[in-house]
Design a protein around this ligand. Structure first.
Ligand SMILES: NC(=O)c1ccc[n+]([C@@H]2O[C@H](COP(=O)([O-])OP(=O)(O)OC[C@H]3O[C@@H](n4cnc5c(N)ncnc54)[C@H](OP(=O)(O)O)[C@@H]3O)[C@@H](O)[C@H]2O)c1
Length: 333
């Protein structure tokens, strides 16, 4: 199959791309810079092999510029939307780097490009389905997204989800829990503080429940969804790992895998937000008050979420935290 991956250079999108290539599919990797995408994806063995045999294509496009997307969506059997704004979770409204501009409107632009290229279904509240041949639309959403979500990311992603559900395409939404892996920017940053500090800092008490998911599991699930559309069509899944932990426990396990012991220093969220209010005006916007909320939020898959996945994909098993962490974190000599 030929699959368009939007956000193919990102943490989640590049992992999905790698797994699709390993499964023998052709990926059209979308990025704002095809040259950069080539470098990023050729860093993995699967990318190099697919470049050599012509299964890795590039599409230079920007989800905020609708006209650039039309070529990207032509002649694909699936579209996977895994793009999010640069600098997330610190928004920069003046530069259009927000959940609403990129995650939400970008998704709507992709849907509009599909509508332009494939036969548009009858408009109206009960849109008719697209004819056969239109791509299956898959979206990487977040665990906290819901109709009554109040945070900017929840509102934007809910609207994106609703646009997908009402598009008339076959769709699948996977709401991912906190994803970790060798290339992640969140867990690695926190535990990275242990290189130079006798503690690791976190905002808040770190007591909310999480079911962190190994990013390779996201890649594996997307391959299953793409290859078995009937089992996943018009379904919203929540994908978490099998272990329910607090952030404090998650950090403890990650540090243990690195052979380190460090206490967690809890920075009150109010203090973090005060820092964020100042730092959001500094070059590079290292922090904002909303970002403090984002990084300290909980989010766990439920038993019902696990059951739905098990029913549709009985062979799929999410990786335990210990196995996931130990696959790439090693005790340093
Ligand atoms: N990371 C997690 O823990 C996690 C958990 C659950 C859900 N998710 C969801 O997974 C998705 C991807 O997250 P991530 O962590 O992989 O993000 P990421 O590493 O920051 O990657 C973002 C991707 O978006 C692309 N992008 C940014 N702006 C774009 C634009 N205007 N047009 C086209 N592409 C654009 C970037 O490509 P270029 O720079 O090459 O253009 C990059 O490939 C997000 O929707 C996120 O909410 C992530």
């Amino acid at each position: 199959m030929r699959i368009l991956v939007s956000g193919a250079t990102g943490f989640v999108g590049s992992t999905i791309t790698r797994h699709l290539l390993a499964a023998g599919h052709t990926v059209r990797a979308m990025s704002r810079s095809a040259a950069q995408a080539r470098v990023v994806l050729a860093a993995a063995e699967q990318g190099r092999a697919a470049l050599a045999d012509g299964r890795l294509e590039f599409s230079e496009a920007d989800v905020t510029e609708a006209a650039t997307l039309v070529e990207a969506v032509k002649e694909v059997e699936a579209v996977i939307q895994a793009a999010q704004f640069t600098g997330a979770p610190v928004e920069d409204p003046k530069r259009g780097l927000t959940y609403m501009d990129v995650d939400c409107k970008g998704t709507m632009n992709l849907l509009a490009a599909v509508a332009e290229v494939y036969e548009t279904p009858t408009a109206g509240p009960a849109m008719s389905r697209y004819p056969e041949g239109a791509p299956h639309f898959l979206y990487v959403s977040g665990v906290s997204v819901s109709a009554d979500g109040r945070e900017p990311w929840d509102r934007a992603k809910w609207r994106a989800e609703e646009a997908i559900r009402g598009s008339g395409l076959d769709w699948t939404i996977v709401r991912g829990c906190w994803a970790y892996g060798a290339q992640d920017a969140a867990l690695n940053r926190i535990i990275g503080y242990s290189d130079r500090l006798p503690f690791v800092p976190v905002f808040g008490a770190g007591q909310d429940k999480l079911t962190p998911v190994f990013v390779e599991d996201i890649g594996r699930l997307f391959v299953l969804v793409v290859e078995n559309p009937a089992r996943a069509a018009d379904t919203t899944f929540v994908l978490g790992g099998p272990d329910v932990v607090t952030l404090n426990e998650f950090l403890g396990l990650a540090l243990k895998a690195m052979g380190r012991r460090r206490p967690v220093l809890h920075i009150p969220k109010a203090l973090g937000k005060f820092q964020g209010a100042l730092l959001q005006h500094m070059p590079g916007r290292p922090l904002s008050p909303d970002a403090v909320d984002f990084v300290s939020q909980g989010g766990a898959a439920t038993e019902a979420d696990r059951q739905l996945l098990a029913e549709r994909f009985p062979g799929f098993r999410a990786t335990s935290l210990q196995d996931g962490l130990e696959s790439y974190l090693r005790p340093l000599p």
